[in-house]
Design a protein around this ligand. Structure first.
Ligand SMILES: Cc1cc2nc3c(=O)[nH]c(=O)nc-3n(C[C@H](O)[C@H](O)[C@H](O)COP(=O)(O)O)c2cc1C
Length: 203
């Protein structure tokens, strides 16, 4: 079983990383292979809507998105972490998820996932919702916790003091492992998919 944790913060070892590390510790304890995948600081460009990925399964821009898609094929579950930037997810994560998820349902369908947010003060639930929207259009089961998935702080040392936030993150990690194990070990085939209908609201 393999889980990929995406860190979309510009701070490689910042607050988002601290939250992801708390989850990774749980995965290690549970004997689950996991990897923190940092998006870096070179800037993730947005989707240009060329649609090439619909036939190739890859983005025409060969960057972190394709690197991630390659790993995602064999991953069983995903965590997407973001700092709050102006009450929303980071611009990097928004661009990254647009390009990683567009037309790629077959890579993600029926694989569990969750988001995790770090904020100094507010905008956490709106940001978590933004991440969840990619899952709910991709047939992905969502793991949850005892509170909305967030830690608070401006520095990792602040996050260390957010004991409730860190507990929420640990429970989230345990639930993600449990959900993924249930799905993998049950060996029940997912439902047949229908041929997609696209109406675009044009008469
Ligand atoms: C451009 C920018 C916008 C931010 N906007 C918010 C915000 O709307 N609400 C908030 O609580 N914190 C905001 N913050 C603070 C970060 O969300 C917070 O410090 C977070 O924990 C940083 O995580 P990181 O260390 O992983 O980058 C903002 C930070 C930056 C750089």
């Amino acid at each position: 079983m393999k889980i990929i944790l995406v860190n979309s913060s510009p701070n490689k070892n910042g607050c988002t990383f601290r939250a992801l590390q708390e989850m990774k510790n749980v995965f290690d304890q549970e004997g689950v292979i996991s990897e923190i995948f940092w998006l870096g600081n070179d800037g993730i460009r947005g989707c240009i809507g060329c649609g090439k990925c619909l036939s190739t399964g890859r983005c025409i821009f060969n960057d972190k998105v394709n690197e991630f898609l390659e790993k995602a094929q064999t991953a069983d579950a995903f965590v997407f972490g973001s700092p709050v930037h102006f009450a929303n997810i980071s611009a990097n994560l928004s661009a990254f998820m647009d390009r990683a998820f567009y037309g790629k349902t077959r890579i993600f369908a029926h694989k569990p996932a969750c988001g995790i947010i770090s904020a100094r003060r507010s905008g956490t639930t709106a940001s978590l919702e933004a991440i969840n929207k990619y899952f709910t259009i991709s047939q992905m089961p969502i793991a949850s916790s005892v509170y909305w998935n967030a830690v608070h702080g401006k520095t990792p040392a602040d996050v260390e003091q957010d004991q409730e936030g860190l507990q929420t993150v640990r429970v989230l990690a345990k639930n993600l492992v449990w959900l993924t194990r249930c799905i993998k070990e049950a060996k029940i085939a997912p439902p047949d998919s229908e041929v997609p209908i696209k109406t675009n609201f044009i008469r």
